[in-house]
Design a protein around this ligand. Structure first.
Ligand SMILES: CC(C)(COP(=O)(O)OP(=O)(O)OC[C@H]1O[C@@H](n2cnc3c(N)ncnc32)[C@H](O)[C@@H]1OP(=O)(O)O)[C@@H](O)C(=O)NCCC(=O)NCCS
Length: 197
C-alpha cells in the first residue's frame, strides 16, 4: 500500500512490512481492542478499558511532545491495520534503572510469531543510536514474559541480572512483581553490526 501524504507526515520509520508512525485519534478503537485482550495483557496486572486505553494514548502523545521521541504505532503496510506499538520511552523515576530510555513493544495477538516485533524493534534501535544519538537502551519485563525476553535476546540485548527488580507499582508478593532487566549500549550495538541503514 502506498503512503498517503498525511501518512508520510507522521511516519517516523519504515521497514519492509511496517510503517512506524505517530498515533492519531483514528487509532483509538483498534488500540483499545488490543489493550482489552487478556492474552496480550497477560504479563500486566490487568487489561485496560476504553477510558484507560485512551488515557495511555494521551500519555504517549504527551511523551512525544515533551521528549521528541516516543512509542510509534505499527501499521501494516499491506492492509493498513494497526498492529500495535514499538518505540522509546523515558523510564519512570520510581524504577531503579532510571534515568534511562527503554525500548518497548506490544502487538495484537494475530501479529505474533511473524518476526514483526523484531522488525520494528530493529528499526527503533537504529533510530535510537544514530538519529537520536542515545548511548544506551534498557528493556525490562516480568520474569514470566518469556516472549518479550526472547525478543530482547534476539536484538542482542544483554541481561543485567544485578539490575533485576521488584516493580514498585505492585505488591512485592504479586506474581508479576519480579522483573528482569536487559541493556544494550550503542557500542555493543555497533559491534554486533548495527547500522543506520
Ligand atoms: C513480546 C511480543 C512483542 C513478541 O512478539 P513475537 O511475535 O513473539 O516476536 P518476534 O517479532 O521477535 O517474532 C518471533 C517469532 O516469529 C517467528 N518468525 C516467523 N517469521 C519470522 C521472520 N520473518 N523473522 C523473524 N521471526 C519470524 C519466529 O520463529 C518466532 O516464533 P516463536 O515465537 O514461535 O519462536 C508479543 O508477544 C507481545 O506483543 N506480547 C504482549 C505485550 C507484551 O508482553 N509486551 C512486552 C511487555 S515488557
Amino acid at each position: 500500500m502506498r503512503a498517503s501524504s498525511e501518512q508520510q507526515a507522521t511516519t517516523v520509520l519504515q521497514t519492509p512490512r511496517l510503517w512506524l508512525r505517530r498515533f492519531s485519534a483514528a487509532d483509538s478503537a483498534a488500540f483499545a481492542a488490543m489493550n482489552a485482550d487478556a492474552e496480550v495483557m497477560a504479563h500486566f496486572p490487568a487489561v485496560l478499558n476504553r477510558e484507560q486505553s485512551d488515557a495511555l494514548l494521551a500519555r504517549i502523545d504527551a511523551h512525544w511532545q515533551r521528549e521528541g521521541f516516543g512509542l510509534c504505532a505499527l501499521e501494516c503496510r499491506h492492509s493498513g491495520a494497526l498492529l500495535g506499538f514499538c518505540g522509546l520511552l523515558k523510564v519512570a523515576q520510581a524504577l531503579p534503572c532510571a534515568p534511562a530510555v527503554e525500548i518497548g513493544w506490544r502487538l495484537v495477538r494475530s501479529a505474533w510469531g511473524q518476526g514483526l516485533a523484531y522488525e520494528a524493534a530493529h528499526a527503533v534501535l537504529s533510530w535510537a543510536f544514530t538519529e537520536l544519538a542515545l548511548t544506551e537502551l534498557v528493556s525490562f519485563t516480568s520474569v514470566s514474559n518469556q516472549r518479550s525476553q526472547r525478543l530482547m535476546q534476539r536484538l542482542g540485548m544483554q541481561r543485567d541480572s544485578g539490575g533485576d527488580f521488584l516493580h514498585p507499582a505492585l505488591p512485592a508478593e504479586h506474581a508479576l512483581a519480579p522483573h528482569v532487566l536487559y541493556r544494550l549500549s550503542r557500542a555493543q550495538w555497533l559491534s554486533c553490526g548495527g547500522t543506520s541503514g
